[in-house]
Ligand binder design. Structure first.
Ligand code: PEP
Ligand code: MG
Length: 564
């Protein structure tokens, strides 16, 4: 298996076609008739612009069209043209003059700090190659009629190459160069062709005509394909296609049941770097920012300013949409070595999450202050993990009030009415949900932990896996109780555990009255589609039948195909 950067999702299964760039080496020579040489270059330039314009038209409405028009503008730039003419006047042949000027720009662009400017170096390289081909009289290799299910292997996918491609017959692309934001990536995403980029020595390793599987989501290329692997990937390909079809239909739509009851559909993130996938997924907010990831893989805790920048970037990026920041949820299965947590007999019942934070008040205040400061830049809320009693919520709120006073004293702005929510993920919190609802601005049910604690079954232990399921009647009753307590207290109830994306469970959650679903970005549109599929009355009938069942298996079997 070869690995690279998964730049355009989906699965392609087909036969490799290796495309090698034509040889554009030329014989350097000194010219005496400089006027004739300039005319020669002017004609090549004209031909290049005409070819590129034709390609741009054939790619109308795509990212490639814009890039190609950019190429015409770049090579027609008076400064660039004058630089080429000057070199020819000095006795250089057109090829040499073009190469020198292009290389100069490539060097300038390649040294830039930002990826976009660096990308322009690839544009100039593409322009250079093409005009050299015209000057040398090399006809372009025809990529316009390819056999069905071709996996194209190229050093780099250039915009000009793309325009000539027989797209309908290309099921995958493998390149040796290009990152996630390279033109190769932008183009392959725009063409919706599964692509893996930056695969080292791809052209030397792959063989023309051999069957490969390109997994553009995982960034993997399988070169040894047997029946079992092919079958597995055909199934994944089908799933991907179904999800894509859904995506197209539900993007930009409001989230509501079939009879128009609005729901909030948020996404879960681990770091501020996940923001792009949240926006791409069309989520309406962030229902769980797992801040412990900011604390992991480093030697010391992030400073207040580092945390502030991370929270602020999400607040700003979400443009006023709500972002629920869960405070540090350390312990249990989440280890952060430098915090020096003691080894415990029972880490899941130990010194973790809010328990740890309230005993380390100064570092907790650092985090809360960072959140409050960032709240001036967007719509942030705070959420407390692993709550088991009312005092914990009161203590956190008192800390927040203390920090608000300090910020007022220093004239630092923050969202004065910032909401403070409680995660309901322990049986204790479930049992006192009515009391917690009086203290909290909202609930978010953490089913990942709630199932484990309710069933006394470790989520990571396969031997008790049969108990660890949301379909257990004990868990369903807990969910119903929590949501009804929130609704009686008129506070919002969300769910940010994995079960919020379980399409079989959704009718029950709708029936119980869950207001907000927070799921991983890839699940957002699927959940929107599933919510739109049923009315509240239908969900109520399904919930009534499911709750009357006695075992998890009966519940799950019924929910697989519920008769109403
Ligand atoms: C949960 O327990 O459901 C939850 C969302 O928190 P985590 O998975 O981070 O423990
Ligand atoms: Mg949890």
């Amino acid at each position: 298996m070869l690995t690279g950067i998964g730049a355009s999702g989906g699965i392609g299964i087909g036969k490799v076609l290796i495309y090698r760039e034509p040889d554009i080496r030329y014989a350097d020579r000194a010219v005496s008739d400089t006027a004739a040489e300039k005319t020669r270059f002017a004609e090549a330039h004209k031909r290049f612009c005409a070819d590129t314009e034709r390609k741009a038209q054939s790619m109308a409405g795509t990212a490639a069209e814009e890039i190609l028009r950019g190429h015409i503008a770049m090579i027609s730039d008076p400064f660039m043209r004058s630089q080429i003419d000057e070199r020819i006047d000095g006795g250089a042949c057109a090829e040499k003059a073009l190469e020198e000027v292009c290389d100069m720009f490539i060097a300038i662009f390649s040294g830039a700090d930002d990826e976009l400017t660096r990308q322009r170096a690839a544009d100039v390289e593409d322009i250079k190659r093409h005009i050299l081909q015209v000057l040398l009289g090399i006809e372009e290799v025809d990529l316009g009629s390819l056999p069905a299910d071709t996996v194209l292997a190229v050093s780099e996918l250039t915009p000009s190459m793309t325009a000539a491609l027989d797209i309908k017959n290309i099921c995958g692309i493998v390149t040796e160069k290009g990152g996630k934001t390279s033109h190769s990536a932008i183009i392959s995403r725009a063409l919706r062709i599964p692509s893996v980029l930056s695969v080292e020595n791809a052209l030397a390793t792959l063989t023309d005509g051999c069957e490969v599987i390109v997994d553009g989501s995982a960034g993997e290329v399988y070169t040894e394909v047997d029946d079992a692997l092919r079958e597995k990937y055909r199934a994944l390909q089908k799933q991907y296609a179904e999800r894509e079809a859904l995506t197209a239909r539900y993007r930009g739509k409001a989230t509501a049941t079939a009879d128009g009851i609005s729901k909030e559909l948020f996404a879960n993130i681990g770091t501020h770097k996940d923001l792009e996938s949240v926006l791409e997924a069309d989520a309406e907010g962030i229902g769980l920012f797992r801040t412990e990831f900011l604390f992991m893989d480093r030697a010391a805790a992030p400073t207040e300013d580092e945390q502030f920048e991370a929270y602020k970037s999400v607040a700003v990026g979400m443009q006023g949409k709500e972002v629920i920041i869960r405070t540090l949820d350390v312990g249990g299965d989440k280890e952060i070595p430098y915090l020096g947590l003691k080894k415990e007999e029972n880490p899941f019942l130990g010194f973790r999450a809010v328990r740890y934070c309230l005993k380390h008040r100064e570092s907790y205040k650092t985090q809360l202050r960072a959140v409050l400061r960032a709240s001036a830049f967007g719509n942030l809320s705070v959420m407390i993990p692993l709550v088991t009693c009312v005092e914990e919520v009161r203590e956190v709120k008192a800390l927040i009030d203390e920090i608000k006073c300090e910020l007022d004293g220093s004239g630092i702005p923050y969202k004065r009415d910032i909401k403070v929510g409680v995660m309901i993920e322990t049986p204790a919190a479930c049992m006192i949900a009515d009391l917690l609802a009086k203290e909290a601005d909202f609930f978010s049910i953490g089913t990942n932990d709630l199932i484990g604690y309710t069933m006394a079954a470790d989520r990571g232990n396969a031997d008790v896996g049969y108990l660890y399921t949301v379909y257990q009647p004990a868990v369903l009753r807990a969910l119903k109780h929590i949501i009804s307590c929130a609704s009686a207290a008129k506070i919002r109830c969300g769910m940010c555990g994995e079960a919020a994306a379980d399409e079989k469970l959704l009718p029950l959650l709708v029936s119980f009255g869950l207001d907000e679903f927070s799921v991983s970005p890839v699940s957002v549109l699927g959940v929107r589609a599933a919510l739109a599929a049923r009315t509240k009355a239908e969900c109520d009938r399904i919930a009534e039948k499911a709750l009357a069942l006695t075992t998890a298996k009966e519940v799950e079997d019924y929910l697989k195909n519920p008769e109403i």
